[in-house]
Structure formats: C-alpha cells, structure tokens
Design a protein around this ligand. Structure first.
Ligand SMILES: C[S@@+](CC[C@H](N)C(=O)[O-])C[C@H]1O[C@@H](n2cnc3c(N)ncnc32)[C@H](O)[C@@H]1O
Length: 517
C-alpha cells in the first residue's frame, strides 16, 4: 500500500490544524507533526494523503477534533503546579472574597482553560475549601475545559497516581483522597463535585458550556498558549477577555506573556507569576514589559488591599507583599525555564556511575528542589564535577525560592568558570527576582560582554533599562536585539529561552518599539 504524503499537503494540514485547534508546529518540527498525523490516519483507517484531503475539506467536526487532540496534545500537569501561582491566587481570592462578603454577594466563578486531566481546577477547589470556612453558603462554580476528551474522562474519574502528587504534601493528599491501592488515590466527592468538566476548544470563538461571557472572576490558562500561533493567541485572548468580569484576572505562565503584547490586559506586579487584569482602558504599554499598574503605599501594598487586610485583622493570614518592579518576561526564574540549558550542561559533567548526581538531576527535573539540594550536598567530587554541582545547587535554590542561597552558589559557580556567559545570565535572573535591578543590569552587561550576541540577555537588559527609565539605551538595545534576531530563521528556538522562536520575539519587540514611539 502506498502510504506517503506530499510535503505541500502536510504543510497545508499543519496550517489547518493551527487555525482550527491552535496547535502550531514550526516548520522545523514538521517531522514530529507527521509522526502524530500517521497515528491519526491509522485511527481513521485511511491512507495519509486521503486522510489529509478529507480533513482539509472544511471545518473539522467534533469527532475529527477528538481524534486529532488525542494524538497531538500534551498531558503534563500536576496538583498545585507552581506553588507561587497558588500563593498569589490565594491572595487575590481572599481579597475578592472580602469584597463580596461586604456586598453580601457570595459567589465565585473560576475557569481552568486547558485543564488537562483536572489537577489544576481541583487544586483551586481544594484551596477554596481551605480558605472559605463557610463554603456551603457560597455559590461556587469551577469549570475545567479541554480539547482532549480522553483527558476529561480521566479528570471526571478523579483517580491519580504519584506523578500528579509530585509536590503535594502527603498530609494534604490524605485529607482529600482515598488510597485505592496500586499507588492510586481517588479524590473524595466533596472536592470532585465542586468542578464541572466540559469539552472546549480555545481556538473557536464559541464559549464552552458553562461559561457565561462577563461572568468569570479568574481564568487559569497555563501552559496552553505557549505553542499556539501568534494569530491564534490574539483570538484566544479576546475570547478569554470577554469571559471575564470587569476586574477579572487571567493567569498564564511568564513565558506565555511574550505572546501577549496586547491592550486587553494589564499586568499585576507579582514577580515570577504572570497575572493579568482585564484592562478598563488601553494599557499605557504592552504587558510584556509593562510597568506595574498596582499602586503601592509605603508598606509595598495595594492600598485597597491593605484596608481589607485591616478589616480582617485577627485572621492569621498574611498577604504576600507584592514587589514594586515587574521583571521582564524572559528573565523570570521559572523552574526549568531560561536556565534549563544550564542544567543539561551540568548533567553532562556527571560521572557515568554517579547515582547520587543522577538522582539529584531527576529531582530537579521533577521540581523537587529541596530533595535535589539534599542530594547535591552529599555528592562527592568523583561523582560530579564541582562547577556542575554548584551551578545546579544555585538553580535548585533559586527555583525553590531561596534566593540568598542561590546567590551564594551562583557566585561559587562563577568562581569556577569566570568566562561562562550563562552563569552571569542566571545570576541576573536571581538578582532580578530579589528586586536588585541595578545589579541584575550589571550581571547582564557581563554576560553580554562575554557573548555579545546572547539575544535573550540583550532583550532582558533592554527591558530592565526601560523599566528603570533609561528609555534611550533601552530602545537602542531593543533595536540591537532585532539585528541579532535577523541571524536566525523565524522558527528557530532561541538559545536559553525554552521555546521562544526568533519570529515571536521579533514581533514582540516591534510592537514594544511602535508603542513606545
Ligand atoms: C500542558 S497541559 C496544561 C495543563 C494545565 N493547564 C497546567 O498548566 O498544568 C496543556 C493542555 O492544553 C490543552 N489544549 C491544547 N490545545 C487546546 C485547545 N485548542 N483548546 C483547549 N485546550 C487545549 C491540551 O489538551 C492539554 O490538556
């Protein structure tokens, strides 16, 4: 049986899927696209070319989407993924709850868009259960939507294995889940019944069932838009925006902010966490590099929030204090983001028989930073080269939020390898997270001195200069970044950016420059 497909047809299909589902495969990943498509055609019992022509023949039907989503989507998620995000959400929710209590309007509407197998919306439900002692008197709706019906089936079942609990303390797990044997745990009905799951394709304009325009307080749409095509991102943002209440919030990941050079949202100033507020009027600057829109008093707090905090005084809860400066998107010290290449390098310097070192790396990759640190502190020099060990320690401490320790170790790493531009870049991200912007700028300058075409560092430096009012140098640096970007193909993934293409960064900078002028 002849079962091949012409390249032009494959590319047309790639565009069609990007348009209908948001799934975007850059040209350099076309072989991966083809591998997945072979599975799709097999499931439909068709040859590749005839299957492609059939799928290209108009808008995809729900049955077609189900099969395609099954083979193309990635189901990586876990409970309380990125604890910093949930801390911020808790802060925002407590604030909203206080306001609603005062107005005697006890309702909350949350949406997890691209919820995968349900860990994200169930984490929201568990959090609300904890912070709302009178939850039974509230009307709460939490809707989880996804394009992949298989993921939703699993979400509705509510049975999970160890991988989903990788950062959840066992006391929390045991409070809400029942051990059903074979390493599996079943979520109890009190949390399960708080979440409704429904199929929803973010790339279509229609709202999913259960989502009323203008009614949603908080949308989580994390790790979904990152590989969407820019045109699709714009459409999805407009849809999410129209689902929100007037002061509703959208939570994405910092790296996804790069796609959101958009006037529909303003960024709130939480370092390392990308929370966007529906804009009442056009934002003064696109969100990717925007100055904070939250006004802080001498205590570093939003004054409205402080008032509520005082009203609630007596409650043990401490509001996290938002920082005054918003770090630019690429330099967010997100786990395994701009620094993952450094971890890969560090791992290469591990001796082949070094079990402790390999375990440390596995812990790092699973986000178990405390355990990673414990292992690394026990690894001896025959198992792992010292520069690699200290670099990984710096990264693990940084991702675990212990920034002073991260600084100590990154300085040690630099002591071992003074000419390594990546180490200065990591140092800059740590300094930036500490709010030491002038020092972060100095570290970025050092990185660029050693590697003048280090494009991500150049972009970050330009963003920081912009934030600190040095607009002329910032503009020069942004233009310089554009020049360096020309050396790349549009779809090339930029070094140490974890997935940002040259084309996307170019568009963002062009938008920033246009807006600034
Ligand atoms: C990596 S998971 C992220 C899960 C969760 N939001 C998190 O951050 O842990 C991405 C999810 O997006 C879903 N997805 C991809 N394209 C989508 C689309 N067009 N509409 C809705 N969901 C989509 C996938 O099926 C997958 O479940």
């Amino acid at each position: 049986m002849h079962n091949e497909i012409d390249n032009a047809l494959l590319l047309r299909l790639n565009d069609h899927f990007a348009d209908q589902l948001g799934l975007h495969f850059p040209v350099n990943r076309i072989q991966e696209f083809k591998r997945n498509f072979k599975q799709v055609a097999k499931e439909f019992g068709m040859e590749l070319s005839s299957c492609a022509i059939w799928l290209l023949n108009g808008p995809l039907t729900q049955d077609q989407i189900n099969v395609i989503a099954y083979h193309y989507t990635i189901g990586e998620t876990y409970f309380f993924r990125d604890p910093k995000v949930f801390e911020v959400l808790e802060d925002e929710l407590r604030w909203l709850i206080s306001r609603r209590r005062r107005n005697n309007s006890k309702y909350l509407h949350l949406w997890s868009a691209g919820c995968c197998t349900g860990e994200e919306p169930y984490s929201l439900a568990m959090m609300l259960k904890r912070i709302l002692p009178d939850i039974d008197t509230w009307h709460i709706s939490i809707v989880g939507t996804d394009i992949n019906p298989e993921f939703l089936k699993k979400a509705k079942k509510g049975i999970y294995g160890a991988w989903s609990f990788r950062i959840l303390p066992s006391v929390v797990r045991d409070k809400f889940f029942k051990d059903v044997g074979a390493g599996k745990y079943e979520l109890g009905p009190e949390i399960r019944n708080m979440v409704q799951f429904t199929i929803g394709n973010l790339a279509e304009t229609k709202m999913p069932q259960g989502i009323v325009p203008g009614s949603i307080d908080i949308i989580m749409c994390r790790n979904v838009l990152i590989y969407f095509h820019q045109d699709q991102i714009t459409k999805v943002l407009s849809k999410l925006n129209s689902a929100l209440t007037d002061d509703g919030l959208l939570v994405v990941t910092p790296i996804e902010l790069l796609g959101i050079a958009d006037k529909l949202f303003e960024r709130l100033s939480y370092p390392g966490v990308a929370v966007l507020k529906k804009a009442k009027r056009p934002a003064p600057f696109p969100v990717g590099g925007a100055p904070s829109t939250v006004h802080h008093n001498a205590l570093g707090m939003d004054s409205d929030r402080l008032e509520i905090d005082l009203l609630n005084s007596g409650a043990a809860y401490q509001f996290p204090v938002p920082a005054t400066a918003v770090p630019p998107p690429l330099a967010m010290p997100e786990p395994l983001m701009s620094v993952s290449a450094a971890v890969g390098e560090a791992a290469k310097m591990t001796a082949p028989d070094a079990e402790l070192a390999k375990t440390a790396q596995r812990f790092f990759e699973q986000g178990r930073y405390k355990e990673c640190v414990a292992q690394l502190l026990n690894v001896n020099p025959s198992q792992m080269a010292e520069p690699a060990r200290v670099t990984m320690l710096a990264l693990a401490y940084s991702n675990d939020g212990d920034l002073p320790a991260a600084m100590t170790w990154i300085d040690k790493a630099i002591g071992h390898d003074k000419l390594n531009h990546s180490l200065y870049y990591i140092k800059a991200t740590i300094l930036q997270a500490q709010g030491k912007i002038a020092d972060a700028i100095a570290a970025l300058r050092q990185a660029l001195f050693l590697a003048p075409e280090f494009v991500v560092a150049e972009f970050n430096l330009a963003s920081l200069l912009f934030q600190t009012g040095k607009s002329a140098e910032a503009a020069k640096r942004f233009r310089n970044t554009l020049k360096v970007l020309k050396q790349y193909n549009e779809n090339d993934i930029l070094p140490e950016s974890e997935g940002i293409t040259a084309g996307r960064l170019t568009k963002i900078i062009e938008a920033l420059l246009a807006e600034a002028s």
